[in-house]
Design a protein around this ligand. Structure first.
Ligand SMILES: Nc1ncnc2c1ncn2[C@@H]1O[C@H](COP(=O)(O)OP(=O)(O)OP(=O)(O)O)[C@@H](O)[C@H]1O
Ligand SMILES: [Mg+2]
Length: 225
């Protein structure tokens, strides 16, 4: 199991319960969706995995680490195994596309030339070879979203997490992005995508975890009886 949640609860402050007793397990190499209404807890699960937020009750194990036991000095090593794509992509506006992606390696200790080299390769893979010297504002939202994906996968994470990656995209572009995720998954990366795009999710025939008011109410695997 690369991800295992065991009766995990999360409260923000005293009264705002976001997740209640959530348990699930993900095998290495799986691709799955987290879905549910707005406020159901999708982003909270991703934030717990990223260790942007802390678990309130319960235990979770991710990529060989017990989440609650990770010490501050272990955090960079833990996060090295993860790639995160945010809904608002969070690109640096005053940096080129190439720099935005290369930076992800550079902060991990790669040399500048190696970072740039690998960033070029990944940007080509996501179909942005022509856009290297451009700035984020000069790209369409689908292209910006692909830069976000390139940035998350350039360090070859074991687990890729994406929060509403198709949020602002039209159906054709959304499907194209999902095909990119499937390719990344087929290359061996575990992929977890939070999305409320049920039509798209149905088309892809992947496992779906359904959240409702912080509770996991279904774990649906279309290919299994
Ligand atoms: N930083 C925070 N402080 C307080 N409450 C929060 C915080 N973040 C999330 N919550 C609450 O936790 C619950 C779950 O939020 P979460 O962001 O996980 O939902 P979501 O399923 O991602 O929703 P959406 O589809 O709107 O993105 C909500 O009730 C929300 O108000
Ligand atoms: Mg969310």
């Amino acid at each position: 199991m690369i991800i295992e949640f065991n009766r995990v609860s999360k409260s923000y402050g005293k009264h705002n319960k976001a997740l209640a007793d959530v348990s699930f397990a993900v095998d290495a190499g799986e691709m799955l969706f987290l879905t549910g209404h707005s406020g159901a807890g999708k982003t909270s699960i991703l934030k717990l995995i990223m260790k942007i937020e802390e678990i309130s009750y319960g235990q979770a194990q991710v990529n060989g680490f017990q989440l609650r036991g990770i010490k501050d000095h272990q955090l960079p090593k833990y996060r090295q195994g993860l790639g995160m794509i945010f809904q608002d992509h969070r690109l640096l506006e005053n940096r080129t596309i190439l720099d935005n992606v290369a930076m992800s390696l550079w902060i991990r200790g790669y040399s500048q030339s190696e970072s740039l080299k690998q960033a070029r390769v990944i940007l080509q893979q996501v179909g942005l070879a022509e856009k290297l010297p451009f700035y984020p504002s000069q790209l369409s939202s689908g292209q910006q979203q692909r830069v976000g994906i390139a940035r998350a996968i350039v360090s070859k994470p074991d687990i890729l997490l994406a929060d509403e990656p198709t949020g602002n995209l039209d159906p054709d572009l959304s499907l194209e992005l999902m095909e990119l995720f499937m390719k990344i998954n087929e290359a061996g990366t575990t992929v977890v995508i939070a999305s409320h795009d049920l039509i798209l999710i149905k088309r892809l025939r992947k496992r779906v975890l359904i959240l409702d008011s912080g509770q996991l109410i279904d774990d649906y695997r279309p290919n299994q009886k």
